[in-house]
Write a protein that binds this ligand. Sequence first.
Ligand code: UDX
Length: 435
Amino acid sequence: MKISVIGCGYLGVVHAACMTELGHEVIGIDVDSDRIALLAAGTPPFFEPGLAELLSRSMQTGRLRFSTDISEVSGSEVHFVAVGTPQLAGSDAADLRFVRAAVDSLLPQLAAGDLVVGKSTVPVGTARGLADVITAHGSGATLAWNPEFLREGFAVKDTLAPDRLVYGLDPGDGRGEGTLDAVYARALAGGTPKVVTDFATAELVKVAANAFLATKISFINAMAEVAEATGADVTQLADAIGYDARIGRRFLNAGLGFGGGCLPKDIRGFMARAKELGVDQALTFLGEVDQINNRRRERMVDLAKEVVGGSLAGKRIAVLGLAFKPDSDDVRDSPALDVTLRLIESGATVRATDPQAVETARRRFPDVDYVASAADAAEGADAVLLLTEWREYRDLDPAAFGEVVGTTAILDGRNCLDPVAWRSAGWSYRALGRP
Ligand code: UDX
């Protein structure tokens, strides 16, 4: 099939390359000419495991191109809209201007039978409005809403083999369903479940899923607060409740909490939309979820203060991890980066490192002292803070690492180290929610 993907961010680039891998002919469009130049040369504009290989393989087929020229989408029968919906400045609501601009720019290119497919995360009700715009234009194209659930770090796998497909369609739009079935033929043949529904449900599925995941993380972090007040161990608590299949152990890792380009802004956007709909009470708890999440960052800084003797002023702190999660260079709303900035504000001398996110962090905060490795960060430090659970930090040898620091004190912000091993190597080990 001939497919266009509008928006070449995390979602769009991965989607475009994966659609090519599935055998389709794909054109990726973005307004950012630097980004398009990189992509046209086969270089991913961000770090995502497996993407560089996939992109180069896809480019070699000759079936994947990138352009800033929207007119190049004409002739495509499916047009995915994969632009960002960031949080509006000064508000909790989502900024829809990129989605609207993408659809407006598509309108003159559409032909009868084309399917525009929304992938961006939008407030419920958006798709209906966009479908009306497309219908009013009179090309004979239609709209489907097909939310995306990919996780950074697993984006390629999640796109090629999603755990479910959701199609939001106008009632009776069998043609739209058939087109999406053809796009996703391989996943469907492999048994991926499909939910065919209306626009509003499809839009809600996405934000409901993210709200649930955020709630699960904040639930265990609330338990961590209680554990801290009682001497209990939140990681053992998570293991024990996680054995109940109704609860499940996944997404019950207590620590610094959630960040990234999705969970934080999506729960806020969801609350803002609920307020507009007059059902804000239904989602008041998400405000609590957000607050629990932010309190973990404060707690981490307080713990660091405690460990270095009451004040961070003049103390040398090593920060391991800047990305919002491992296997990503994304620092959007990163708890690790936030804690780093708070430490600096409190007067600490911070040296920070990350296997992939130093350059993305530097672009936002050029004045932080970034270094290349954990050993560089830790040299002479009064305390080490592990803030993103990259494998290379989880695998640090406490004995060897102890040789480079000033004081063998580690704060495990992600509950990912073995306290017994670190303590027996002579370290003072502290963590969130653990004695
Ligand atoms: C999320 C959703 O998982 C995905 O389905 C959606 O499409 C986009 O948003 P992503 O932002 O890539 O994906 O990251 P995710 O793996 O969900 O992690 C989000 C944050 O929660 C990270 O900061 C992570 O460190 C944190 N987290 C996750 C925890 O603190 N504890 C956990 O147990 C799990």
